[in-house]
Ligand binder design. Structure first.
Ligand code: AMP
Ligand code: MG
Length: 427
């Protein structure tokens, strides 16, 4: 494998001391490729999994020409160009029970939604506009050929890809696969992610809180975010700020996971040996990303057994609980999607909203404030949650969106338009 650090240092706009958020995301996505292993699963187990091979339609959908409405099946050529047409009712076509006879000139059959169109029928007149007089049906003028009909293969054609590899399967795709009569399909295996928290101040839940200690919450938010993304999570607990313990943890993680996520230990003033150790055990870049929160981040590969061993990608996230979540959503989430085989990985969309409070904004960095959306006079508005400190996890819980203050953006005045990323769909 080519050296990550060399590749990074040759990239345009690469400044590890002030890396633009978008550039950092691009660099990560360029280096990663999907896990190679496929699994066969039944259709219901495929929900939220990533399709590994195109699903080729074995049949036309719909499989026959059929009616889109309840009404009268007619031959368009029978209909008068102007004025009413009188046709003879000769039977009924139901969904799943076709009309067996022929519809000859001057004849019609009652037809229900989904019923196969009888031969030579090329128009369905909805029941609401037709008039029935005994066994005669009176059709008003103004009908169109092919109206209210669905043609065989209109949705999906036999032999053609119905769903392309790389799609993360949602309920719509699960339904499409079932509509093809397909029971089993190939998906990518789940991405395996090992995670541990570092820090001597960390205390595990279920133990009393020592003076100066904090409960380790990052492992729980990370577990939640990774589980929602469909990863297999290997939770390795808290690892002390101790070189031997950390080295053992990195070795174990690199041996069993596609990616390793750590929290803490990458900021200025942190025990430097963590960074040294990361660098020794693989190829790791230490980035100061031009963002708030979440400035320090480590990214690279941990390969304790040398550059030819498989190893695992490393995301060394900062320790602050909000910074962990923001860096996760901005960098780790797209990275995991890429590893999972999602294709294409598209940036999470942002929408404009009117910000009802003024906000300060630092120059030359992207800020992710936590916001609450509401509607006023039919317009979407947003206000920041209270305290925005990067340790205030409550701000993430109260928020339903990120207010994205882009790199070049100056301060925000009350009433200014800002871009927001909805957390729903992201989280
Ligand atoms: P660090 O990046 O390690 O300097 O940590 C920055 C801040 O985040 C410190 O106040 C830590 O106590 C806190 N912190 C670090 N790791 C965790 C964790 N796993 N859970 C909760 N808070 C943490
Ligand atoms: Mg720490």
């Amino acid at each position: 494998m080519t050296s990550i650090l060399q590749t990074l240092s040759c990239a345009d706009n690469y400044d590890p001391n002030s890396l633009h958020v978008d550039r950092a995301r691009e660099l990560i996505l360029d280096l990663l490729s999907p896990v190679g292993v496929h699994e066969r699963v039944f259709v219901r187990q495929a929900l939220d999994r990533v399709l590994a091979e195109d699903v080729i339609s074995p049949i036309d959908v719909p499989s026959h020409d059929n009616s889109a409405m309840d009404g009268w099946a007619v031959r368009y050529s029978d209909l008068a160009a102007s004025g009413e047409t009188r046709l003879k009712n000769i039977g009924t076509a139901l969904a799943g029970r076709a009309f067996e006879g022929r519809v000859d000139a001057g004849e019609t059959v009652r037809i229900m939604t989904g019923a196969i169109l009888p031969q030579d029928v090329d128009c369905v007149v909805i029941q609401e506009v037709a008039r029935v007089e005994g066994d005669a049906v009176i059709i008003p003028p103004g009908q169109r050929r092919d109206q209210n009909t669905r043609r065989a293969g209109e949705d999906l054609q036999a032999g053609r890809p119905a769903i392309a590899a790389g799609k993360k399967l949602r309920p719509a795709e699960i339904g499409i696969i079932a509509s093809l009569g397909v029971a089993e399909l190939s998906v990518r295996r789940r991405v395996r992610v090992a995670l541990f928290s570092t820090g001597d101040e960390l205390c595990s839940i279920g133990t009393p809180l020592a003076p100066g200690a904090v409960y380790d919450s990052n492992r729980y938010t990370l577990w939640g975010m990774l589980t929602r993304l469909g990863c297999d999570v290997i939770d390795m607990g808290v690892v002390r700020d101790d070189p031997a313990a950390l080295e053992a943890a990195f070795r174990e993680a690199a041996g069993c996971a596609d990616a390793i996520i750590t929290s803490g230990g990458v900021s200025v003033g942190e025990a430097d040996f963590i960074k040294q150790l990361m660098a020794q055990l693989g190829e790791v870049a230490f980035w100061k990303i031009a963002m708030k929160p979440g400035r320090p981040m480590a990214f690279g590969r941990i390969q304790p057994d040398g550059a030819d061993s498989p190893g695992a990608w490393l995301f060394g996230l900062p320790g602050n609980p909000v910074a962990v979540m923001v860096t996760f959503y901005q960098f780790v989430r797209p990275a995991i999607l890429k590893l999972a085989g999602v294709d294409p990985v598209i940036p999470f969309p942002a929408f404009p909203a009117r910000c009802v409070e003024a906000m300060k904004k630092g120059r030359g960095r992207t800020e992710f404030q936590r916001g609450i959306l509401f509607q006023e006079d039919g317009e979407w508005c947003v206000r920041p949650t209270g305290a925005q400190g990067s340790g205030v996890l409550r701000s993430m819980s109260e928020a339903d969106c990120f207010i994205v203050l882009e790199h070049e953006r100056e301060k925000v005045g009350a009433g200014d338009t800002v871009n927001v990323q909805l957390m729903s769909g992201l989280v």
